[in-house]
Design a protein around this ligand. Structure first.
Ligand code: F6R
Length: 603
């Protein structure tokens, strides 16, 4: 999804903007651009495709000394990925970059065209810069013109604007899309997430929705949506980006699969007692009067929520329902105050999920977010938060975020089980010791990786994949199918094993690949019968199990385990590595698959 950077200062502005954009690359984009204003002259560069193309275009551009500038990576929403549609968008003497969607851009565009403005792009963003210049002509004051512009914009946005009539100032506004300002003496940075600023600024202002203002090297002017001055609240920024490097792995996704063992240890750290789970960040009163849990999320996070619903009902004996955020928003849902509303999100910025959280809050529900990014919009919005501690996830296809979400959910179901007295101390102690072993279940062994690499060559074609499983292995099957389709572009579906005979089995033939999740500790015989039904219809079967299964064409053996959740985590790794190796053989961009964005901040 789109990314924004901005800079005011005396340092190498071109490098700061381009390096900042590189930090946002993992979010997905299809064009990029920068605009620099120095000594009243604008320099503007845009390129379609990778940042390398933009770097090449700026080879002879070497600004020295004080300058201001803005940059953007664009993930096309309105209009194709072309240079004209890339940001920054130009007026006659101003430039703008924007994340989000301006919903009323067509009306605004029509009236600006009537005023005589000429549009060169198909984007919604371009209206902002023309609207600003229209207001500037009438009001003759850039601050008033910027505010008058904001007053007319509808939708979600984060905006940076620079203009020749105020050549040392960046105007900014946040309304529904993330934005923060990094401060380091007389150097100022803007970014849509903190990674471009880490190492450059020590502290940051995380803007709240409705906040806007302008700043230059020596002063910051911050206002709320009524344009009343707001006292800036700064927060310390992390100091190291080390975890975001590839560390010798071919892809970020591969590195992130391998580091699951470490990040899961981090997720568990300080939270495991003898026979209880400690979440210091939770006020136990959060669950007072709660009779139901509603989980809401998108994509991979939705899959972890679905798996969690089995754990909450099984261990905490509490009613639990799961919703896809984009569906929940418009179904006119009934919300009861005895429901705890839980959103799950790696980024904490996904527009649909964030909106459901706001809806739940408006309806007076208590809320909790399970999230990987501290200070993200959801963390700031929810009553309570549990951080998953997976570290920065750069691969667009989520891996370690899912793994840590599952660990948090398992712990949370036990935390609640203790509160609700639905498990005995002996049972709780058993679970705690099982949790301690999770990091070892996700270690990627060389032999396993090599086997999956060899096997992958047999799964590069066919007319589709079914991933099947029961209970928590059904959401895991959904997640396995999602991983495969995201990075291999092969068609894959996840199904509950027991559902196959209700329709999907009609597709079975040798060109249909079934990836069967067959845990020995949970419903083995039931799953086995379902897989046999597919095998009898000549579907090509790849079984994943600790127990040999002679009806499979391919067999991936996992370790004998005493608990199904350990089988869950080991199979999760198998599915991740298998997808990765299939994608590598197909020559795809593993970390930045086509059409996808890391953080989906539009609905
Ligand atoms: C898939 C993937 C997406 C995200 C989804 C929600 O690999 O990463 O499906 O899970 O876009 O994102 P978050 O969790 O950031 O809310």
């Amino acid at each position: 999804m789109c990314g924004i950077v901005g800079y005011i200062g005396k340092n190498k502005i071109k490098d700061i903007l381009l390096e900042g954009l590189a930090e946002l690359e993992y979010r997905g984009y299809d064009s990029a651009g920068i605009a620099v204003l120095q000594d009243e002259n604008f320099s503007i560069y845009k390129a379609v495709g990778k940042l390398e193309n933009l770097r090449n275009k700026t080879q002879d551009f070497h600004p020295e000394g004080f300058a201001i500038g803005i940059g953007h990576t664009r993930w096309a929403t309105h209009g194709k990925p072309t240079e004209l549609n890339a940001h920054p968008h130009i007026g006659s003497n101003s430039y703008v970059v924007h994340n989000g969607i301006i919903e009323n851009y067509q009306e605004l565009k029509a009236s600006l065209i009537k005023e005589g403005f000429n549009f060169v792009s198909q984007t919604d963003t371009e209206v902002i810069v023309h609207l600003f210049e229209s207001k500037l002509t009438k009001l003759n004051d850039p601050v008033k013109a910027f505010r008058a512009t904001l007053d007319e914009l509808q939708g979600a946005y984060a905006v940076l604007l620079i203009t020749a009539c105020s050549p040392e100032t960046i105007f900014f506004a946040k309304h529904g899309s993330p934005m923060l300002i990094g401060l380091n003496g007389d150097e100022k940075y803007f970014a849509s997430s903190d990674t471009p600023i880490i190492g450059l600024a020590k502290e940051a202002i995380y803007l709240e929705d409705g906040e806007n203002g302008y700043l230059d090297a020596t002063s910051t002017h911050l206002f709320n949506e009524k344009y009343e001055p707001v006292k800036e609240q700064t927060k310390a920024l992390a100091t190291s980006k080390l975890s975001a490097q590839k560390d010798g792995y071919r892809f970020f996704m591969e590195k992130e699969i391998y580091e699951q063992t470490h990040v899961i240890s981090d997720t568990l750290m300080g939270r495991l007692g003898e026979a209880e789970i400690n979440f210091e960040e939770l006020d136990p009163e959060l669950f007072l009067g709660i009779n139901e849990i509603k989980l809401c999320a998108c994509g991979t996070s939705y899959h972890s929520a679905l798996a969690a619903s089995y754990l909450f009902e099984r261990y905490s004996k509490i009613r639990c329902s799961v919703e896809i955020a984009s569906e929940f928003r418009y179904k006119e849902p009934l919300m009861c105050k005895d429901t705890l509303f839980v959103v799950i999100s790696q980024s904490g910025e996904t527009a649909d999920t964030l909106e459901t959280l706001k809806m739940a809050k408006r309806a007076g529900l208590k809320s909790l977010v399970i999230c990987n990014v501290d200070n993200s919009s959801m963390v700031r919005e929810a009553d309570a938060s549990i951080l998953t501690r997976a570290g920065i996830e750069k691969g667009v296809a989520s891996t370690k975020a899912f793994a840590t979400q599952m660990v948090v959910f398992w712990m949370l179901s036990l935390y609640l089980a203790k509160q609700r007295k639905t498990l005995t101390s002996i049972e709780l102690a058993k679970h705690v010791s099982l949790l301690r072993e999770v990091p070892s279940t996700v270690v990627v062994k060389d032999e396993l990786h090599e086997k999956l690499r060899r096997l992958s060559k047999r799964y590069l074609h066919g007319h589709g994949f079914f991933f099947i499983g029961r209970d928590v292995f059904f959401p895991l099957a959904l997640e396995g199918a999602l991983k495969l389709k995201e990075i291999s572009y092969l068609h894959a579906e996840g199904y509950p094993s027991g559902e196959m005979k209700h329709g999907p089995i009609a597709l079975a033939d040798p060109e249909l690949f079934t990836i069967a999740l067959m845990p020995t500790n949970l419903l083995y015989e039931k799953t086995k019968s379902n897989v046999e039904e597919l095998s009898a219809r000549d579907s090509t079967i790849c079984a994943i199990s600790a127990r040999e299964f002679d009806k499979a064409d391919d067999f991936i053996k996992i370790e004998e385990r005493s608990h199904y959740m350990h089988e869950f985590f080991e199979m999760m790794v198998v599915l991740q590595v298998l997808s990765l190796e299939i994608s590598v053989r197909l020559g795809n961009d593993v970390d930045m698959p086509r059409n996808l964005a890391k953080s989906v901040t539009v609905e």
